[in-house]
Design a binder for this molecule. Structure first.
Ligand code: RIB
Ligand code: CA
Length: 326
């Protein structure tokens, strides 16, 4: 079954693979891409996204979103993310996990005039003719702002799929994951909005649905521009994970964002999915933490959370899509 989606990104190395997978796989009807500040400032995430859409020859519309989080930027002391996402090579050169795509040609792609939150509020003002879901793989600022414009849109969104959070895993501070930590007020607003179905793909899943160096060899053998770009992104990510965020497999990386797309293509990519209640902490050392209620008797469950993922199915889905690129 084809799934019509709008993809919200802070392009970044894994966002780029999510955009390519969504644009290339025929089971996904990609209606639009919206950009937000997160891994990089808004201008950079937007330019990076333009270049990736050119790489896969996609002509879908691109909307710029919010330049800043709802309330504040995290104080430097709060963020260990930069440090945990940067490696130094033999020449002493620093490599951040989300550098700009200077290796790709500049893009003269047009950007829509409507700001992303206004686009959301107009697109979902009435129930769309074709059921449409939203996939957020960056901070939730755009969607939270759209909810401020029109809270009623939640009833017209088929499913909200979010990459973010972590129950037993974190990567921004000791207890939070980057997307939710970057704009916790937006995350809390979205969690409490009453979506018909909200699926969360946290680090507990993406740290298991890994991509390995052997998988990168498969990308190289496919040899299309998309496959080779994905290989480049994963190579750098493997370095960062090996040196700064070790996983349970050596020579492997998490490739968080495209797991959300792979799930929409084949929902069995997600395993150990639990229906629970989540909120987002807005204070103290847990600022930005996804707080999960595991008690059996709670009746205010609002999120389907994946605690594991099938990494072989995930990689196979990406390989099949990359073969369609030219
Ligand atoms: O914590 C992982 C998330 O933060 C991913 O979406 C990655 O792109 C960064 O935005
Ligand atoms: Ca992202």
């Amino acid at each position: 079954m084809t799934r019509r989606i709008i993809l919200d990104v802070d392009t970044g190395s894994d966002d780029a693979v999510a955009v390519m997978l969504a644009a290339l796989n025929p089971a996904i009807d990609l209606m639009a891409v919206c950009t937000v500040k997160g891994n990089q400032p808004l201008d950079n995430t937007t330019e990076n996204t333009k270049k990736v859409l050119d790489l896969v020859h996609s002509d879908i519309p691109l909307y710029r979103g919010c330049k800043e989080p709802l309330v504040r930027n995290a104080a430097p002391w709060q963020v260990q993310f930069e440090d945990r996402a940067t490696v130094v090579d033999e020449e002493g050169k620093k490599h951040f996990i989300h550098e700009d795509f200077d290796m790709l040609p500049a893009s003269d792609r047009k950007i829509e005039d409507t700001p992303a939150p206004v686009f959301y509020s107009e697109y979902f003002k009435n129930k769309p003719e074709v059921s449409t879901s939203i996939v957020c793989v960056g901070p939730l600022t755009n969607l939270a702002t759209a909810l401020s414009i029109n809270p009623d849109i939640v009833s017209n969104i088929e499913e909200l799929v979010i990459m973010g959070g972590g129950d037993d895993e974190s990567n921004a501070t000791s207890s939070s994951e980057f997307n939710f930590f970057f704009d916790p007020e937006a995350a809390q607003k979205v969690f409490q909005a009453g979506f018909k179905k909200m699926t969360i793909i946290p680090l507990d899943c993406t740290h298991k649905a890994m991509v390995t160096k052997d998988d990168c060899k498969r990308f190289e053998e496919i040899g299309t521009p998309a496959a080779l770009f994905a290989k480049e992104m994963c190579k750098k990510r493997i370095e960062v994970h090996t040196q700064r965020q070790p996983l349970t497999l050596p020579d492997a990386c998490a490739l968080h964002d495209p797991v959300c797309i792979a799930y929409l293509i084949d929902e069995t990519v997600l395993t150990d999915v639990r229906f629970l209640h989540i909120d987002c902490s807005l204070s103290g050392l847990t600022y930005g933490q996804m707080v999960t209620d595991h008690r059996y008797f709670q009746d205010n469950r609002n999120a389907h959370i994946a605690y594991n993922g099938d990494r072989r199915k995930f990689v196979d889905i990406m390989c099949e899509a990359f073969k369609l690129n030219y």
